[in-house]
Design a protein around this ligand. Sequence first.
Ligand code: SF4
Length: 172
Amino acid sequence: MKRKVLLHICCVPCSTSAVKTLCCEYNISFYWYNPNIYDTQEYNNRKDAAIKYSKELNVFFYEETAFVYNYDDWKNKTLEKCSLCYTLRLAKTAAFVMQNQFDSFSTSLLSSPYQQHDLIKQQIANNFAGRYMLEFVYKDFRIDFYDAKNSLKQKGYYIQKYCGCHKSYREI
Ligand code: SF4
């Protein structure tokens, strides 16, 4: 029987390569918690695409909605702020894993060539895994990132143009 993994998904393009790598070994469920995304329309575009993708794959889509976007928190993003951004999202994912009896967790952030893998893996995800005695599934999902993105475009999926926070929006 496949082990149950809760995959924190940041967007559909990143989720696709993660799913492709994990699906042979794991029974995947999606977890949506991305309070970093500016603005509301962009947030909804990405979330709607993620829901559509979960339906296409027939996987559970769990959503954490208990947050309010605070512009001031995100407007001066620095490398340190990315660390806070990862921490915020993966802490919530790990807590959900604990409460809902999954075997392990991972994140589609590991699909993006733009994210800081070592930081996500060593300083953040492994920290929560150790604290709660959970398995954090680390794999390099980046291999298929561009192929996955192109195939999603052909299928008409929404593809974002920036990472998420207001600072990354201004850098387009
Ligand atoms: S650039 Fe991306 S990872 Fe960094 S703080 Fe902004 S949304 Fe988060």
